[in-house]
Unconditional design. Structure first.
Length: 652
């Protein structure tokens, strides 16, 4: 509870520990099992290169602990490193195998010295092999699955390898667990020369035999991907009379046996130059979590004088990419093979892109509708996509005609995404259906991956917002779209688009009571603050504010003018000194509001301002606190303090 957990903790649990912590949790688990023989709450023990003194101090206590757990059907899994000084030369692993000779008890990692080190599965973004293995095992423990009938975890027969990207694991028992490196032999000789201080022997004889698993078993509730291999090659795009040759990075999702059995191909287009490492990580995560071959070609976001028309915004370039999807897709097949792929490319295709690459993806996808190549097109995912306003609407309409979804994962409005105009355009085109989400504040790679991979997996399965299997769409009732609905993923929050929905100025007009705001020196000491908005002909809005200094002090009032700066009326510019400008970004952002316009959260483009407005002069404290918390989630960074309202002092 002190750490922030809400509600009661579940009764079932798994104990895990690293190195000496692995030996510790095994001892704790054995004590718990012995003292609670009727309990089924303890599901298993995970050791990360666990070391137990009871495995080599002559007491045999570790074997007793494992036997106790075995008698209660509580498995102990070890993710071991090869024998070395730091794990007492594999003594604990050997003792575990000797105590449980006929059951799966873990793996030894190769391709990394210690299981807590990361191993690369993308070439750029490291992913922990130990994390991948143990996450599957723990999920199996929760659902009661076993090593010979798994649902999520990866298991194999004794001494059989499981490939994990650029690393591998070999199922115990295996002599690999007792192979010393040259450095360890040298260290062992040095220690022996000064008195045999270690006293540990690798004991290879105990690491032979079977482990209760007859072969590698593919978990049915996993896509089977254990790593992502990368390659780079040339890609010849049939653009213009001479063609356009560029480089393309390829990401191939591999199974435990090294095969690539992908569901489809994702063309992922980077927009303007950005964080190449983060983009590569996004590509690798999409490949691994959706079992897709991902290709990320290098295409400029702006026109280069020496290569006229060869850029993302070019209709000719977009058509050239669409034409590559026709027939045998020769140029793509050749590029994939040159990057290291062997086999036939899957027929299913998805387009995705970041910023300008997102708009490009939507327009290329629409061009495949025109040329007939959209037969295998499943959908479009835009990562803060920015598109040409004149071409975007007809492009989306073409895709809609074939029920091909277009989803947007948007950042809050900012200069880099053209102040969210593509997002607003998409929401205006389809106001009554799910078209994506907007981050409440900033963005998160993990959240983008969670959202995009869930949607893509649903596309592969023929599912979507009304019947989801993998994706998050923000509606717990399925079948009824709800706009402006929050989805919380850990510490990251997003809101279903439109977020907020377009503002109806006549409904927003009228008197608002300020319940709290980020106080500025000019507003210090003011209470009874109200704001009254009156629409005028020509689209302007008269703004009248009223406050008093203290409960019964002198009054202060101001009059200004406001105009919307975006089509959805969610961003305005308010000026009390002159005529307001209609240029973005404005200084009065309606971040959220009640469907009945009973409350509103107002902020600004830089997060330093913020106000809580309500129609009622006095509201319950719980409602106020909830609105303040929502304001902070939506990007208000200044401290919001209450504005006192005294009903006995009626505002003018």
């Amino acid at each position: 509870g002190y750490a922030g957990a809400a509600g009661e903790l579940t009764g079932t649990f798994v104990l895990a520990g690293h190195s000496a912590g692995g030996g510790f949790v095994t001892a704790v688990a054995a004590d718990y099992a012995a003292q609670n023989p009727a309990s089924a709450n303890l599901l298993g023990v995970i050791m990360y290169d666990g070391v137990s003194p009871g495995a080599f101090d002559g007491s045999g206590s570790f074997a007793v602990q494992v036997a106790e757990l075995d008698s209660h059907d509580v498995p102990v899994y070890q993710v071991a490193a090869p024998a070395q000084l730091w794990n007492a030369y594999g003594a604990t692993t050997n003792a575990l195998v000797a105590t449980s000779p006929d059951r799966f008890c873990g793996v030894v990692l190769t391709g990394g010295d210690r299981p807590t080190e990361s191993v690369s599965t993308s070439g750029d973004r490291p992913v922990g092999a130990a994390r991948m293995l143990t996450a599957g095992w723990i999920n199996d423990l929760y659902v009661g699955a076993t090593s010979d009938a798994p649902q999520y975890g990866l298991y194999a027969a004794a001494n059989q390898p499981i490939l994990l990207g650029n690393a591998a694991a070999t199922a115990l028992p295996s002599p690999v667990a007792n192979i010393w490196s040259a450095a360890e032999w040298s260290l062992g000789a040095d220690l022996a020369a000064i008195g045999g201080l270690t006293g540990f022997e690798p004991g290879p004889a105990v690491n032979t035999g079977v482990n209760g698993v007859t072969a590698y078993v593919e978990p049915p509730l996993s896509n089977g991907v254990t790593g992502v291999k990368t390659g780079t090659s040339a890609l010849a795009i049939p653009f213009g009379t001479r063609g356009f040759v560029t480089s393309a990075d390829w990401y191939f999702p591999t199974q435990a046996d090294g095969q690539v059995l992908a569901n489809g191909v994702v063309w992922l287009q980077q927009g303007e130059i950005g964080d190449a490492v983060a983009f590569a990580a996004l590509a690798a995560q999409i490949a691994g979590q959706t079992n897709s071959i991902v290709v990320t070609p290098a295409i400029s976001s702006f026109e280069i004088p020496t290569q006229p028309g060869a850029f993302l915004g070019s209709a000719a370039m977009q058509q050239a990419i669409a034409d590559m999807m026709l027939g045998d897709r020769g140029a793509i097949v050749v590029s994939a093979a040159a990057a290291g792929y062997q086999g036939v490319l899957p027929e299913k295709i998805l387009f995705a892109g970041q910023r300008l690459g997102g708009g490009f993806a939507a327009e290329v996808a629409a061009s495949t509708v025109d040329n007939g190549a959209a037969t295998n097109l499943l959908g479009v995912v835009m990562f803060d996509g920015v598109a040409s306003p004149s071409r975007f609407a007809p492009s989306v309409a073409k895709l809609e005609s074939l029920d091909i979804p277009v989803y947007q994962i948007a950042s809050p409005p900012q200069a880099a995404n053209n102040w969210g105009r593509t997002t607003e355009q998409l929401a205006a085109l389809y106001p009554d259906q799910f078209i994506g989400v907007q981050f409440d504040d900033g963005s998160s790679l993990d959240a983008m991956v969670t959202l995009a991979t869930g949607w893509i997996n649903d596309m592969y399965d023929g599912n979507g917002p009304t019947d989801p299997r993998y994706g998050l769409y923000g509606n717990p009732n399925y079948g009824t779209f709800v706009a402006n609905q929050p989805i919380v993923m850990g510490e990251t929050g997003v809101t279903t688009l439109p977020a907020p929905p377009p503002v109806d100025i006549p409904q927003y007009a009228g008197r608002w009571y300020e319940q709290g705001r980020v106080k500025q020196p000019s507003s210090s000491g003011l209470v009874n603050t109200t704001a009254n908005y009156t629409p005028q002909s020509g689209g302007t809005i008269t703004v009248e504010t009223y406050s008093t200094y203290g409960q019964s002090g002198p009054a202060r009032s101001t009059t200004g003018s406001a105009v919307p700066v975006n089509a959805a009326n969610t961003r305005l510019y308010v000026d009390f000194l002159g005529d307001p400008t209609r240029d973005e970004p404005g200084n009065y952002w309606i971040l959220d509001y009640a469907p009945d316009y009973s409350w509103s959260i107002v902020g600004g483009p830089n997060g330093t301002s913020g106000s809580i407005l309500t129609r009622q002069q006095v509201i319950p404290e719980a409602e106020y606190n909830a609105l303040v918390a929502r304001a902070y989630r939506l990007g208000v960074r200044g401290t919001i303090s209450p504005t006192a309202q005294y009903p006995a002092i009626p505002p003018v």
